[in-house]
Design a protein around this ligand. Structure first.
Ligand code: NAD
Ligand code: UDP
Length: 316
């Protein structure tokens, strides 16, 4: 891999994950050279297999909680490494806390040393089980720090705090994106998140497993829209958190019914206990992203979900 003088160089942590692999494709399309780092704790080689032989791409297998040494200049650090699905972070509570804290510290230290711009993939989980609806960035959240989800929520809240500290005290050009539920190709079929779970169940005719009574809400953003918002945020001069997500809100029961209808499945609906601290509502207020970035989602739920179902169909 050789760099042309004007070519931007991006480091993407968690590079073999769902979102970061799409981000990598976008960066390569924008002409960047990309270095991906991942330890495969929840990611997959399959997500980056198509990049083999690409002279603008390099992969390093490493845990980002260990010291990061990169022997070349960097323009951007995109810090996406972290287990992200509730079953993943419940299975890996300590690695989740470590990647949000030590991993973010290392990624920020690298950005500072290289004078690179930095972005942390934060989350709507920072709002916990929200008492403000829809969620605006100035809401501080309602998080149970010692509940099972606390390992993820508090790691991300720490990550936001250290990111602001590096901005304020070290003058690093940092950005914070609060990502709301995002879906699309390259999610793991069995990562436990509701989109692959319901699609997998519908395509195999298994019962659809609704947790609780299904009245809790989520708002689903298609991956290409999310990546576009994040790309714009990195190029902006805004340093406080920005929500990126799709404000179209639906109940989980409605989501199940849509999946059954669109797949033409004969699956029945089955209810299971609601996980501890499962947020009852979630919907981004995207006024800030609209004003600052001129961004809003373009892909409708109907378009995005069909593309995602088509991706999973041969994989179930
Ligand atoms: P993912 O599990 O597909 O990707 C995360 C990647 O990080 C994986 O490839 C994993 O192996 C890697 N990773 C984890 N710990 C690591 C470590 N210590 N060192 C190196 N690599 C490590 O999940 P995703 O959905 O693509 O999420 C990516 C990021 O976006 C995460 O930080 C997540 O918290 C955030 N996010 C995602 C969503 C969403 O809806 N997908 C919502 C909010 C926030
Ligand atoms: N959910 C569900 N059945 C499943 C998986 C998830 O009813 O098989 C529910 C879950 O309880 C939550 C919502 O769907 O209310 C979204 O869950 P997900 O794991 O996708 O992410 P979260 O938004 O909770 O982080």
């Amino acid at each position: 891999m050789s760099t042309k003088p004007s070519q931007k160089i991006s480091l993407v942590t968690g590079g073999a994950g769902f979102l970061a692999s799409h981000l990598t494709d976008r960066l390569l399309a924008e002409g960047h050279r990309v270095i991906g780092i991942d330890n495969f704790i929840t990611g997959s080689q399959d997500n980056i297999a198509h990049l083999a032989g690409n002279e603008n791409y390099r992969f390093i297998k490493q845990d980002v909680t260990e010291y990061l040494f990169i022997d070349e200049p960097l323009d951007y650090v995109w810090h996406f490494a972290s287990p992200a699905s509730p079953i993943d972070y419940l299975e890996h509570p300590i690695p989740t806390l470590k990647v949000g804290s030590l991993g973010t510290h290392n990624a920020l230290g690298l950005a500072k040393a290289k004078k690179a711009a930095f972005i942390i993939a934060s989350t709507s989980e920072c709002y916990g089980d929200p008492l403000v609806h829809p969620q605006t960035e100035d809401y501080w959240g309602n998080v149970n720090p010692i509940g099972p989800r606390g390992v993820y929520d508090e790691a991300k809240r720490f990550a936001e705090a250290i990111t602001m500290a590096y901005h304020r005290y070290h003058h690093v050009n940092t950005h914070i994106v609060r990502i709301f539920n995002t879906y699309g190709p390259r999610m793991r079929l069995r990562d436990g998140r509701v989109v692959p779970a319901f699609i997998g169940e519908a395509l195999t005719g298994a019962p659809i497993t609704i947790f609780g009574d299904g009245s809790q809400t989520r708002s689903f953003c298609y991956v290409s829209d999310l990546i576009d918002g994040i790309y714009r945020l990195m190029l902006s001069d805004f340093h406080e958190p920005v929500n990126i997500g799709n404000p179209r809100e639906m109940t989980i029961r409605e989501f199940a019914e849509q999946i059954i209808k669109i797949t033409g499945s004969h699956s029945t609906i089955e209810t299971h206990p609601l996980p501890v601290d499962d947020p009852k509502v979630r919907k981004p207020d995207i006024t800030r992203a609209r004003k600052l970035l001129g961004w809003e989602p373009k892909v409708t739920f109907e378009e995005g979900i069909v593309k995602t179902i088509d991706y999973f169909r041969p994989r179930v």
